[in-house]
Design a binder for this molecule. Structure first.
Ligand SMILES: Nc1nc2c(ncn2[C@@H]2O[C@H](COP(=O)(O)OP(=O)(O)OP(=O)(O)O)[C@@H](O)[C@H]2O)c(=O)[nH]1
Length: 391
């Protein structure tokens, strides 16, 4: 659902952030830009303070006043900056902190210059273009407030220049011709940065969604690959993998596991008389019965193939294996699925079980455990069906 929304935003010229993604957008920028904003604020503070030295050389008559003013500015605003970066949640506020402080700094600096009688003032005032550049360099999140503060800085600069020039004259015109390209250049920088910020957020969201979809599809594929479509039980592939794992753990921990091979009795005549769909339904009921007797992490039932199932019990000794096997044999009979075409006189579906334990002598591998269980299943069939033979 978010996919088309994000793609549409990316295709739009200004890459607008959809309202539903705004809080995520701010969290994203907090994660990516908070440090940058803090550093550029501190650099701005350091630069503003260090210009006391330039004042000393260019406008020495107000050097002491400049140093005192800049020190006061630093002492008053630096704690506020640090506090806001520690406490404030709003990225809009932190994004605009530097431009706002620069507006104040510009007002103060021009006020200082008006107190100087130095002949350098006329040229030195050009250094004020640093204000508009620095203010826009730091913007990362919102362009509209950046534009607002740029106009505020330009107004502070403009009134200062006009005051120093004693009104609108050639000097102010020359300053404007120098200042305006710098202003447009600076606005272009902040526009590009905020646009890039929105695009990188939207692209990151798209990547995240695509990854989620892939993981989901992967999960579904794995489930499909591991599950028997008819019964919903783990299929042979999955059961084999689980059995391998259980065998390995049993060996490592020194405990025994049991394997029960289960085969529905006289299923061919059932299929022949009731039809294949009824045979499928019967397989599903038997599978459901097995699943209902399993215990998470201890017993695992799987479809071995055809009308054969397998159950793994881990850990399991001979008593537990025999008890579970008998319980299953009784339970399937109690389901009382009619089977009126058995050649042996019984009239419900039953199954036979052959079981073996990994701790039995001569069982040195999983394949041997399967072989032994299979042999006992054959015995169960030969000795009358509907029973469990456990050795
Ligand atoms: N409906 C259905 N039948 C299946 C499926 N898989 C295997 N079968 C049937 O299961 C029957 C297995 O029959 P046999 O192996 O001859 O054995 P049986 O009749 O069960 O006899 P015993 O095992 O000796 O008791 C065959 O008729 C298969 O077609 C399945 O997925 N659906």
């Amino acid at each position: 659902m978010e996919h088309p929304l994000i793609e549409a935003a990316l295709a739009a010229r200004h890459a607008p952030i959809p309202p539903t993604l705004r809080s995520r957008f701010h969290a994203f920028h907090r994660a990516h830009n908070l440090r940058f904003l803090l550093v550029i604020n501190l650099l701005g503070q350091a630069a503003y303070f260090s210009y006391a030295l330039a004042d000393l050389l260019a406008v020495p008559d107000i050097a002491a006043l400049s140093l005192a003013t800049r020190t006061a500015f630093l002492l008053l605003t630096l704690p506020v900056v640090l506090l806001l970066f520690r406490r404030a949640r709003s990225m809009r506020l932190l994004d605009m902190l530097l431009p706002a402080l620069i507006t104040l700094a510009a007002l103060i600096w021009f006020e200082l210059l008006t107190h100087s009688r130095s002949p350098n003032v006329a040229t030195y005032q050009y250094a004020s273009v640093i204000f508009i550049v620095l203010a826009n360099l730091g913007v990362r999140v919102h362009y509209a407030p950046a534009l607002f503060w740029s106009l505020a800085i330009s107004a502070a600069t403009g009134q200062g220049v006009v005051r120093l020039a004693g009104g609108f004259n050639e000097a102010t015109l020359v300053f404007s011709l120098v200042y305006l390209p710098v202003l447009f250049f600076s606005l272009f920088i902040s526009w590009t940065a905020t646009h890039h910020g929105r695009r990188s957020f939207l692209l990151a969201q798209l990547d995240e969604l695509t990854l989620q979809e892939l993981l989901h599809a992967n999960g579904r594929l794995r489930t499909l690959a591991d599950t028997d479509a008819l019964t919903g039980l783990p299929n042979r592939r999955q059961f084999d993998a689980e059995a391998e794992r259980a065998w390995y753990h049993a060996r490592q921990r020194g405990h025994s596991l049991a394997l029960l091979m289960i085969d529905i009795d006289h299923f061919k005549p059932y299929n022949d008389h009731y039809g294949h769909p009824a045979g499928d339904a019967c397989l599903r009921r038997v599978a459901g019965l097995l699943a209902s007797h399993m215990r998470e992490g201890e017993y695992l039932a799987g479809r071995w193939g055809g009308e054969e199932f397998a159950v793994l019990l881990t850990p399991a000794g001979p008593e537990l294996a025999a008890t579970v096997a008998q319980r299953l044999v009784d339970a399937v009979a109690q389901l009382a699925i009619p089977h009126g075409h058995r050649p042996d006189g019984s009239d419900v579906v039953t199954f036979s079980i052959g079981g073996a334990l990994s701790s039995e002598p001569g069982v040195a591998s999983l394949a041997m455990l399967v072989e032994r269980s299979d042999a006992r299943l054959y015995q169960a069939k030969r000795s009358g069906r509907g029973r469990a033979v456990m050795g």
